[in-house]
Design a protein. Structure first.
Lengths: 825, 157
């Protein structure tokens, strides 16, 4: 590749100064004046109930209350991929904490007080809290009208059941694959729900002004997609896209939780009823846990056929997802996994069933990794177990089966260029794979764990990105895009890409968060796709601006376009070495001729990108025939873990992760993603532990009881490794890496725990408590009962431990049944 | 029921009328126009609302405004009135923050640390910012930046 000046440099973040000075504004920081109204919602105390009546009269009488809104005011459905939600349900509630009414008042205290006076009479229904229950033939239905819902064409709900979507992928001949195998290994892995825990809670301010313009200031990863969903939901009011403006200032973390539309639809509805007054809705930390999206739980059964030489002949991967009360976004997580649950391996015979199941728990949805974190726990645990069973080194086993460029993917398309082998080798070297480490403390044992990963962006085939570039009088420039700076460094990377083409240093480029009235289109900032997709649009816009500059110079000086080039913010000419024209001399004012007139005018560039080669159309029984994913990003990771055999406490001595970035546009920011994603992933296995009561109420919706890492809880050392096998259609070869860094953490810890103390834990999380109990031969479910992720109650074997090592006592009854087949799933 | 109180806010004497149950964080943000302390959890868990009260870090979401009558409050707005402090400079150079929502709280926690310990160890740095949750960075880039402040302080001696 040609050498680059700005792309590939660890330049300073363009938003860095705003952030260290406190100047960066978030939605809740914006001022709206004395007419700002505040809203508070009334929440369902039941997981499943019919709403019999709502009496708002007492709340309406409170001085300062402006309006009380219920489902009768907004009988409209909405949803990103499937319209299965009402803004306020008027028939029944489907999870604890669901909004049934809202109070709008002059101040927040009054709104809160009045909300407690809204009287709602419910008739409780049996809640569906368990996947096994949900799938029974006579199951209570969470959505009796499922068959009539509007949805995207690649979802396959099954009417009169709780199955919202079923993605089936079939490749080769699965029966033949298992016949060819020398050994078949089967096991079940369980992953509970998790919360994003962005430190900024969701917030939206809406203003429906008297002229009919609706402006929303929204803490969102998806301004354009929000506008589209809002326009669809409010169409009955005669509001369309051009009437709606979504402004998204900086957001305090997203991780998928601020993708699509969740609580924001309420803010939109409230604005519509208090025309002329801005109204604010801000989620509390508790609401942040139970009324946005949660990461979906999954029970995954893996059956793998394998030859003695370590070649995988077949995989059958069956995943049942606890998708919660509404799946308008979450079903697409299920879909993505259904296409990719082979992991990054070349497997000729594949059968994947990824089943999205409605339950009466909070809505599931996107969370960094988009299903891949979830299924990699089982798959990468299984890979190590299988390797051990055939007496092969787990890293060598992965290396032998690792996918190569050109291999046929499970759905029939070809694999993109991949640095997976390099990633495996560099991680193995960094972690000194194969060298046993001994703790100086006899009560502690050290183990190592390894995991590979891959992930593709899950996008509709027409997910597009657009960019505008305009120059300023001093030769600096503005980039207008609508990807979201969620912390990953997107704005900086876009500036670097434009800088590379236009030779303007990134810190002379102003690029801001989106405003749908002014900024160019972006589908959403999800799927780790914006460096790639929007980067391509920005590069195209920069090339367009460069062409426009060449044209002005050509018209003024007569030099042909192909003799012109840019260097250090000047236009130069190969055939006239003396000629140089600084940008600031002409990009606004044009070039003056000998006659005194000016040629040119302000330089503007525009660029668009859409992955025209993709298609979501395929055979629903096999998923063959389409090209649903643009490409995969691959990598590997490993951990050195010290386990205290008395307390179960684990300490990460070292963690390392290699990701194939294609081209790291800003290596410092890639490293930051690796470290941040790794810690977030480690938290899902070591600390975070979501608990529900027997009626479906979340018990630990706060940071006191739901532990996310502090600065004292991080690994002793994290070594990020960047692999660069270019993505041919990426800007300068780049592809996304943001979500991927979280994916391998859970499995690599599970593998390290087994290496250290001989326990194979097949249900997340792997907390110190669980390890200590297992080491004491106490079955976890004996202690935890149904509090352990209630949606999985009754799945005892998934919580059981297989004890290993010669000195251990045999497991008591009720444990150690790792290979048993389950029924009902 | 309102009471007028006086406080020194970022070096300036300010009067404000408060109700007895007004939380300091809300008063700073809504009545005094200081937006850098953020609302993250409203129960003292996350540290996003950190301010310096008479030079010591406190969680402004846990303090009744009426209690701070006559006291001195410093936020990042006050720190940044002139040029960047060495702490801010180092955090900027290290690309330490991602979304930046926790940044004001961490800047103040680090400021307090360096006031008391000009040359903190890595453990002291981790301890000092352990009350400020960050979900993006994994803290490493922040710790490195603060260690670098220490290095620079050492080379100056």
């Amino acid at each position: 590749m040609t050498p680059t000046k700005y792309v590939g440099e660890s330049t300073r973040r363009v938003d860095g100064l705003e952030k260290v000075t406190g100047a960066a504004s978030f939605v809740d920081d914006l001022e709206f004046g004395p007419n700002l109204l505040h809203a508070e919602i009334v929440e369902s105390p039941y997981a499943h109930a019919v709403i019999k009546s709502i009496d708002t009269s007492a709340a309406e009488r409170v001085p300062g209350v402006v309006r009380v809104v219920t489902g009768k005011d907004f009988p409209y459905r909405f949803g990103l991929y499937m319209q299965d939600r009402f803004i306020f349900p008027s028939d029944r509630v489907r999870f604890v904490g669901e909004q049934v009414a809202a109070v709008i008042a002059r101040d927040a205290k009054t709104a809160k007080r009045a909300a407690q006076l809204v009287k709602v009479v419910y008739e409780e229904l049996k809640p569906v809290l368990d996947l096994g229950e949900a799938l029974k033939a006579d199951a209570v239905l969470v959505h009796p009208d499922l068959g009539s819902y509007t949805r995207c064409p690649w979802f396959f709900p099954q009417a009169e059941t709780n199955i919202a979507h079923w993605r089936k992928t079939r490749k080769g001949d699965i029966e033949k694959g298992f016949l060819e195998a020398d050994e078949i290994f089967e096991d079940t892995y369980t992953v509970p729900r998790y919360a994003h825990c962005a430190i900024e809670p969701h917030a939206i301010v809406g203003l429906y002004d008297r002229s009919g313009r609706l402006t929303l200031w929204s803490a969102s990863q998806s301004p354009y997609t929000q506008r589209h969903v809002f326009a669809q939901a409010l169409a009955p009011l005669g509001i369309s896209h051009k009437d709606i403006r979504v402004v998204t200032p900086y957001i305090g973390g997203g991780f998928g939780g601020k993708a699509g539309v969740s609580m924001e639809i309420i803010g939109v509805a409230l604005a519509a009823v208090v025309r002329g007054n801005p109204v604010k809705l801000r989620w509390s930390r508790a609401q942040e846990f139970y009324n946005t999206y949660q990461r979906q739980g999954v029970i995954a059964r893996i059956k793998m056929g394998i030859k003695k030489d370590g070649t995988i002949t077949a995989i059958e991967h069956t995943l049942h997802w606890d998708a919660g009360a509404y799946v308008e976004y979450g079903a697409n997580v299920v879909n993505a996994v259904g296409l990719s649950a082979t992991g990054p391996y070349r497997i000729p015979n594949v059968k994947i069933d990824s089943v999205c199941v409605y339950t009466n728990l909070p809505p599931g949805g996107p969370y960094r990794g988009f299903g891949y974190s979830e299924f990699h726990f089982g798959l990468e645990s299984h890979m190590t177990t299988v390797a051990q069973k055939i007496g092969m080194d787990p890293v060598e086993f992965r290396r032998r089966n690792a996918i190569l460029e050109g291999d046929t993917l499970a759905y029939g398309a070809k694999m993109n260029p991949s640095g997976l082998h390099e990633a495996i080798d560099r991680v193995a070297k960094e972690i000194r794979w194969g060298e046993k480490e001994i703790s100086k403390d006899p009560n502690k044992s050290i183990g190592k764990g390894f995991a590979c990963f891959w992930k593709a962006p899950a996008m509709p085939p027409n997910a597009a990105s657009a960019a505008f570039i305009k120059f300023n009088e001093d030769g600096s420039l503005n980039i207008s895009v609508s990807g979201m700076e969620i912390g990953q460094g997107y704005l900086t990377v876009m500036a670097q890409i434009a800088a590379e083409v236009l030779t303007v240093p990134p810190l002379k480029i102003r690029i801001e968060p989106p405003d749908t009235d002014r900024n160019a289109y972006e589908w959403q900032t999800v799927g780790s796709h914006v460096t790639w997709g929007c980067g391509n649009a920005v590069k195209a816009a920069a090339l367009d601006a460069r062409e426009k500059m060449f044209e002005v110079v050509h018209r003024a000086h007569g030099f042909p376009h192909d003799t012109l080039y840019l260097e250090n913010e000047k236009v130069k000419c190969r055939t006239h070495p003396d000629f140089e024209l600084p940008f600031k001399d002409f990009v606004i004012s044009g070039i003056q001729t000998a006659q005194g007139n000016f040629i040119g005018g302000p330089i503007l560039g525009s660029g668009v990108f859409m992955p025209e080669f993709t298609s979501a159309l395929s055979d629903p029984e096999t998923s063959q025939g389409g090209h649903p994913n643009v490409h995969y990003t691959v990598g590997a990771a490993a951990v050195t873990l010290e386990v205290d055999k008395e307390t179960g406490k684990m300490r990460v001595l070292k963690a390392t992760l290699a990701v194939d970035a294609g081209k790291a546009v800003n290596p410092d920011l890639v490293n930051s993603q690796i470290v941040g994603g790794m810690v977030q992933g480690l938290a899902t296995v070591l600390y975070e532990d979501m608990r529900y009561d027997l009626k479906g109420k979340l018990l630990n919706a706060n940071f006191t009881d739901y532990k996310i890492p502090t600065s004292m809880d991080i690994p002793d050392k994290i070594v990020p490794i960047i692999v660069e096998v270019p993505q041919p259609d990426g800007p300068f070869g780049a592809r996304g890496i943001g979500e991927h860094t979280m994916i391998p953490a859970a499995a690599m810890v599970a593998n390290a725990v087994e290496d250290a103390v001989g326990l194979r834990i097949k249900a997340l999380p792997i907390t110190a408590e669980k390890v200590a109990l297992a080491l004491s031969h106490i079955s976890y479910e004996d202690v935890k009962g149904s509090y352990m992720g209630f949606c999985f109650a009754g799945k005892a074997d998934a919580y059981a431990f297989r004890t290993g090592g010669p000195k251990r006592k045999p497991p008591k009854g009720g444990r150690g049944k790792g290979n048993s087949r389950r029924t009902g799933l | 029921m309102n009471k007028r109180i006086t406080l020194m806010l970022n070096g300036e004497k300010r009067n404000v009328d408060v109700e007895p149950n007004d939380i300091l964080l809300d008063v700073l943000r809504e009545k005094l126009g200081v937006k850098s302390p953020k609302i993250g959890c409203e129960r003292g868990d996350c540290g996003a609302c950190t301010v310096l009260l008479d030079g010591k870090t406190v969680r402004s979401c846990l303090i009744l405004t009426i209690e701070v009558d006559g006291q001195e409050i410093m936020t990042v707005e006050g720190l940044s009135a002139g040029s960047l402090t060495p702490v801010q400079e180092s955090l900027l150079e290290h690309n330490s923050f991602q979304c930046g929502f926790c940044a004001p709280g961490i800047v103040l926690a680090a400021t307090e640390l360096f006031e008391n310990h000009p040359r903190p160890t890595e453990e002291e740095i981790k301890e000092a910012i352990s009350g400020n949750l960050c979900r993006c960075t994994g803290y490493q880039s922040i710790i490195e930046a603060l260690l670098d402040v220490t290095q620079k302080a050492r080379t100056k001696v």
